[in-house]
Design a protein around this ligand. Structure first.
Ligand SMILES: [Fe+2]
Length: 246
């Protein structure tokens, strides 16, 4: 069994196109999607038109939820530019997304953690606002009761895999469309992939267990950076251009 895991597309339709081309080139036909599909200053509508026909098993991210659980006037600056581009059919699709999903009794999917959609599962923050690997016991505590050999999560936009002491494997494929962000909750911090490429992962079940392969795909990231600049989102310009928050 082999499939691709995509996540955190955040309205970047050029990055999604590049990733879908790469997946096709590898001959992979099954895709799962870990949420945060549209929010941001880019192309939410075009992303939805690419994404929905895939009919990929998809879980809801915190930013997907934020497009449907409050009036537009109460939305944040990642949702405001995208909500105007989404049709009622797109919004219905978001409303119907599950919090979590299981694929063939093998893989558990959630956006952030099994408990909520807005906590970094495998990362924690240092006092100076740097994301780094969380202690194993803290990662394992959040995995209690998730009895599947492969666990997929996203949300931090940082690609990584963590093997738990009982052999279960947690994989975050990284972000298709947003390689860095800064955020002021619980205090100011940055997440930075360090490259501007479109990230995703291929998961393959082998005789020794699940094998993750992290893919980074070049695409016209500067075109998307220009779009972010036109729309007045400076932190996105830096992340999309370089993978770093300037
Ligand atoms: Fe998220």
């Amino acid at each position: 069994m082999q499939f691709a895991a995509i996540a955190d597309i955040h309205g970047n339709h050029l990055a999604l196109e590049a990733v879908l081309d790469d997946i096709k080139r590898l001959g992979i036909t099954r895709i799962v999607n870990l949420g945060d599909c549209f929010s941001g200053p880019l192309e939410a509508g075009k992303t939805a038109d690419l994404l929905l026909p895939l009919d990929a098993l998809t879980v809801r991210g915190n930013h997907d939820r934020a497009l449907t659980d409050r009036p537009a006037v109460e939305m944040g600056d990642w949702e405001r530019p995208s909500i105007a581009q989404l049709s009622e059919a797109h919004l219905d699709w978001i409303r119907n997304l599950p919090f979590s999903a299981v694929m063939e009794d093998e893989a558990y999917l959630c956006h952030a953690t099994p408990q909520d959609d807005n906590t970094y599962w495998t990362e924690t923050l240092s006092k100076d606002g740097v994301l780094h690997l969380k202690p194993l016991e803290d990662i394992e505590a959040l995995a209690a009761g998730i009895d599947y050999p492969l666990i997929l999560c996203a949300h931090s936009h940082i690609a990584r895999s963590v093997q738990l002491s009982d052999g279960r494997l947690i994989v975050n494929p990284g972000s298709v469309g947003c390689p860095g962000f800064d955020y002021d909750v619980p205090f100011y911090h940055k997440a930075q992939a360090g490259t501007p490429f479109a990230a995703y992962a291929v998961l393959e079940k082998t005789a020794r267990g699940w094998q993750p392969t992290f893919r980074q795909v070049r695409y016209d990231n500067l075109a998307m950076a220009r779009l972010a600049r036109e729309r007045g989102m400076g932190d996105w310009v830096s992340a999309l251009s370089t993978g770093w928050i300037g």
